[in-house]
Design a protein around this ligand. Structure first.
Ligand code: SF4
Length: 341
């Protein structure tokens, strides 16, 4: 799976490194001082991830937990994200990671205890200043939260942390069905597994290398039946002439796996790109059907559909969800702004 595995030398005796050596005997192991000395130093084309993927193991430095961008989660509560990995084994053709790092190689950080200490401090301080209110922490901003958990093994640590932080919520955001580590754990009301979903034809065309819609719905059903709280993301929504029919089908299928009243929250958002990511998509996936759409540069300099189209798409999908029985208060528009253009 990984041609080379680069390890920060001070982690050479770490149990995770010893485990990786046993798991990947054919990989070449190299020791480095810091991940940043090698990762992304020379631009590596994004699509090389198909044939040559390296792994980096290190410790995350700097600010480990950051405020999330506006409209990241249900409004009215503060949202933060934390970073314990860079990059993803999947290849969604709209993914912003293709324009974010200089390399598609996977980076895994092992200092979960330091990340957890920052989360705990923020949650404890928040409990003092805002008694009775909730604070959110999101994993998976630069990676998929479940795809590699059989390798990374951090889930028990975060479950234990959040079970002792009753004012804090954890969101694990994923397109993966790699739930075997998750199902070994006891669900907790404040730990939400959230799945990004799209209609079947969109999943096949755009979410390259990911598990298909049926498999994701089966994982949702299994986790729901085991008692895990589930969130849903319809994001990014890509416009096409069968959008109403395909989202209606998707919502019907979702309701069979997860009763509408059991959904913790659902985000809806249309496809959008920074200028840099848009150019990468043009380069990497020039035949993508959505590139033929009329995009505009909008309020936050991101490239997206014009406002009437965005409002029409979001309104349609929201109405379909409400008709299926989803509580309107639990639907939020992701990265949209009421005054946006
Ligand atoms: S699953 Fe998420 S992080 Fe991974 S390629 Fe797709 S959009 Fe990117």
């Amino acid at each position: 799976m990984f041609e080379k595995i680069f390890i920060e030398e001070h982690l050479a005796a770490h149990p995770k490194v010893i485990e990786l050596k046993e798991r990947f005997p054919a990989s070449e192991f190299k020791y480095i001082t810091k991940v940043e000395d090698v990762f992304g130093r020379v631009k590596k084309p994004y699509l090389q991830k198909r044939t040559n993927l390296n792994l980096f193991i290190g410790e995350k430095k700097g600010q480990l937990v950051k405020p999330a961008p506006p409209a990241y989660g249900l409004s009215g509560e503060p949202h933060y994200y934390f970073v314990h990995a860079y990059n993803c084994i999947y290849e969604c053709n709209y993914c912003y990671l293709q324009g974010y790092f200089q390399s598609p190689d996977i980076v895994l950080f092992l200092n979960h205890d330091e990340i957890g200490a920052e989360i705990k401090k923020l949650a404890d301080d928040f409990a003092i200043t805002n008694p009775g209110e909730k604070i959110w922490f999101h994993a998976g901003e630069y990676s998929d939260s479940l795809a590699l958990t059989h390798l990374t093994g951090e889930l028990p640590y975060y479950f234990n942390l959040f079970k002792n932080l009753p004012n804090a919520y954890l969101e694990l955001r994923t397109k993966s069905v790699n739930i075997k580590e998750l199902v070994k754990l006891t669900p907790s009301e404040n730990i939400v597994v959230s799945f990004s979903l799209a209609p079947d034809h969109r999943t096949r065309t755009n979410d390259l290398k990911t598990p298909g819609l049926k498999a994701r719905l089966a994982a949702i059903r299994e986790l729901h039946e085991l008692g895990f709280p589930i969130g849903i993301h319809f994001d990014p929504i890509i416009y096409d002439d069968k959008i109403e029919e395909s989202y209606s089908d998707l919502i019907n299928q979702l309701a069979l796996a997860l009763p509408p009243e059991a959904i913790k929250y659902i985000s809806i958002g249309v496809v959008r790109f920074t200028k840099n990511v848009y150019h990468q998509v043009l380069k990497n996936y020039p035949d993508s059907d959505f590139l033929a759409d009329d995009f505009v540069k909008s309020f936050d300099n991101k490239i997206r559909y014009n406002k009437p189209t965005r409002m029409w798409v979001l309104g349609k999908v929201k109405n379909l969800l409400i008709e299926e029985g989803v509580d309107a208060a639990l639907i939020y528009e992701c990265m949209e702004d009421d005054d946006s253009q």
